[in-house]
Write a protein of this length. Structure first.
Length: 153
């Protein structure tokens, strides 16, 4: 971890009634620093909050926002819930997989992108929707996929 992280960790702890309650923000910090939640990251968080690494791993494995193995730098999530599907998400999914060279969800060979679908991203009124990292793209079309991907190459 970076030296500046210690101040941030202390700030995280100040927001919670006990250290264990800070598990998710610490997992998020670890993933930001390492790219995924490794065994070492679980040990690090466990030592900070005073639980076993297995308890941290169990928590991380429950949430889909945490990756337990290395993934591409840019994480793409395409919503596949009803609104998005009705407005073209399936076609967009096929286009994304073709352009990324993937047959199913996963990470590209060059490690630039990781693609997966999401049950709901919560933007039904702006469907179809996808996110890359923390940026949300609304009312996307099959034709907009190239333009969006170029921003992250």
């Amino acid at each position: 971890m970076k030296n500046t992280d210690q101040k941030y960790i202390e700030e995280i702890f100040s927001r919670y009634p006990n250290k264990r309650a800070a598990t998710l923000p610490l997992l998020t910090l670890a993933q930001e620093r390492f790219g995924y939640i490794s065994k070492e990251a679980c040990v690090w968080v466990a030592e900070l909050i005073g639980v076993s690494p297995m308890e941290v791993h169990e928590t991380a494995s429950f949430y889909t926002l945490y990756y337990l193995e290395p993934v591409g730098k840019n994480k793409i999530k395409l919503c596949t819930n009803v609104s998005c599907m009705l407005l073209g998400a399936k076609k967009i999914e096929k286009t994304l997989k073709r352009k990324l060279g993937l047959k199913k969800k996963g990470t590209t060979e060059d490690k630039k992108f990781h693609f997966e679908t999401a049950e709901c991203l919560g933007y039904c009124d702006k469907a179809p929707v996808m996110q890359i990292n923390t940026e949300t793209f609304e009312k996307i079309s099959d034709e907009k996929v190239d333009e969006i991907l170029k921003k992250y190459e």
